[in-house]
Design a protein around this ligand. Structure first.
Ligand SMILES: NC(=O)c1ccc[n+]([C@@H]2O[C@H](COP(=O)([O-])OP(=O)(O)OC[C@H]3O[C@@H](n4cnc5c(N)ncnc54)[C@H](O)[C@@H]3O)[C@@H](O)[C@H]2O)c1
Length: 403
């Protein structure tokens, strides 16, 4: 099997890659029938010469490979007919900006396997960048505090060579006594963010302690959905019911908003759920949060002050709860500063790629070699032989331009 690592072609270019040189060698060692080719790229976080040094062919034209691996959407003109591609296509929610991409994939008889759709039988994702989104998101939250209050200067995450250097930077963080950070989510993002807060020496306390006590040191609490959503009827919180019928639950987050200084989100949010709080809540003098790092980053979703995503170059804006408008960062003590970068793992591309590659080798590639007996690849295949597969047939009207 010939695998190709493609050059990322989206603008701005993404520096991440599916496999680092040593991971390519590992895959070839485990599966001698595999040969990996690398398309030349001036932007990848690993220079072409590192692949060459590892003895991997670095080529101008990747059409020699059958299975092509990338991260972001492939430019339409670069799509090679009849190949199998794996990347994040961002088409399964009928994203209008990628309609042409899916149309072209079908026209060119390309097999598209989407990384986002690779799950086990219980629906758990097998490969994702969440941990590094959490790590960079929490770091950016602490960077924002330093800037807003002039307390310390951190390098930006993308200026750090790697995660190790980022952890060294965290030694500069100085938060006041009893500074309280509330963190939502206990999945990949939530746990990645918790890693950074731990590395910054911020003590973890229970949600009950967080609300009810004062502390000599800065603290954080990591919340599960049950800690901040309550059933409309009865008192028993059933997680399965919450995932299936979020409209049967209401937000109980305000008790945290009245005691926390900073919010970092890392939960998954269903649009049928209530937001955590409202803009009216934010107008109350008792609403204490002044910095929100919304890693979840659904626009006007669970956090009403996230009125747009921000960029790595310009990661924060202020939100004025009294007008509902965006303002210049750090421009007024009454405003809430929002960090809503939606491509956080790109700030640490090498570490994020390494983790992704590891998941690819351990959780994904074996399914190519075992005849996909568990149906993992089939479940994630959106297009094949010029047609949508049955699982994704609901995209037909989107492809036809009808929705
Ligand atoms: N800003 C960025 O750059 C960036 C990057 C990656 C992911 N994200 C976002 O972060 C969020 C969390 O991602 P993750 O990888 O940690 O997900 P995950 O599945 O690992 O964890 C999700 C968390 O949300 C909770 N949750 C609440 N309602 C849920 C529901 N209906 N279904 C599933 N889980 C539910 C889970 O209990 C869990 O704690 C997602 O919205 C994702 O899009 C943002």
């Amino acid at each position: 099997m010939k695998i190709g690592l493609i050059r990322e072609g989206k603008t701005p270019p993404d520096k991440r890659v599916v496999l680092l040189p040593e991971q390519c060698l590992l895959l070839q060692e485990r599966y001698p029938e595999v040969q990996i080719y690398v398309e030349k790229s001036p932007v990848r976080c690993v220079p072409d010469t590192d692949y060459e040094k590892a003895g991997l062919p670095v080529v101008d034209n990747i059409s020699v490979a059958d299975l092509l691996l990338g991260i972001k959407e492939v430019p339409i003109e670069a799509l090679i007919p009849e190949k199998t591609y794996m990347f994040f296509s961002h088409t399964i929610k009928k994203q209008p900006y990628n309609r042409k991409l899916l149309q072209t994939i079908l026209q060119k008889h390309i097999t598209l396997i989407d990384f986002e759709c690779l799950t086990d039988e219980d629906g758990n994702r097998l490969i994702a960048f969440g941990r590094f989104a959490g790590i960079v998101g929490a770091y950016n939250a602490l960077w924002t505090y330093g800037k807003r209050f002039g307390a310390y200067e951190l390098k930006r995450a993308y200026e750090c060579k790697d995660y190790e250097e980022l952890k060294q930077e965290l030694k500069k963080v100085k938060l006041p006594t009893n500074y309280k950070i509330v963190l939502t989510g206990r999945g990949r993002v939530g746990n990645g963010a918790a890693e950074v807060l731990d590395a910054a020496g911020i003590r973890k306390v229970s949600p009950q302690e967080f609300v009810g006590q004062t502390f000599e040191k800065p603290v954080y609490a990591q919340l599960a959905s049950r800690d901040y959503y309550a059933p409309n009827e009865g008192i028993y919180f059933d997680e399965k019911e919450f995932y299936l019928y979020p409209e049967r639950f209401h937000s109980d987050f305000l008790k945290y908003a009245l005691t926390a200084d900073m919010l970092i989100t890392g939960h998954f949010w269903n649009p049928r759920s209530e937001p955590l709080f409202t803009v009216d809540d934010m107008q109350s003098p008792a609403f204490k949060i002044k910095i929100i790092a919304d890693i979840t980053c659904d626009i006007r979703g669970s956090v009403p002050s996230t009125i747009r995503a921000t960029t790595i170059e310009s990661p924060v804006y202020d939100f004025d709860p009294f007008t509902g408008k965006e303002r210049a960062p750090f421009s007024n003590a009454r405003f809430v500063t929002v960090m809503a970068v939606d491509n956080l793992p790109c700030e640490l591309p090498l570490d994020a790629s390494r983790l992704f590659g590891r998941q690819f080798i351990e959780n994904v590639f074996p399914h190519f070699m075992n005849g996909d007996k568990e149906g993992v690849l089939t479940r994630a295949t959106i297009a094949k032989d010029g047609k949508l597969t049955p699982r994704y047939a609901y995209l037909q009207d989107y492809v036809e331009g009808k929705s």
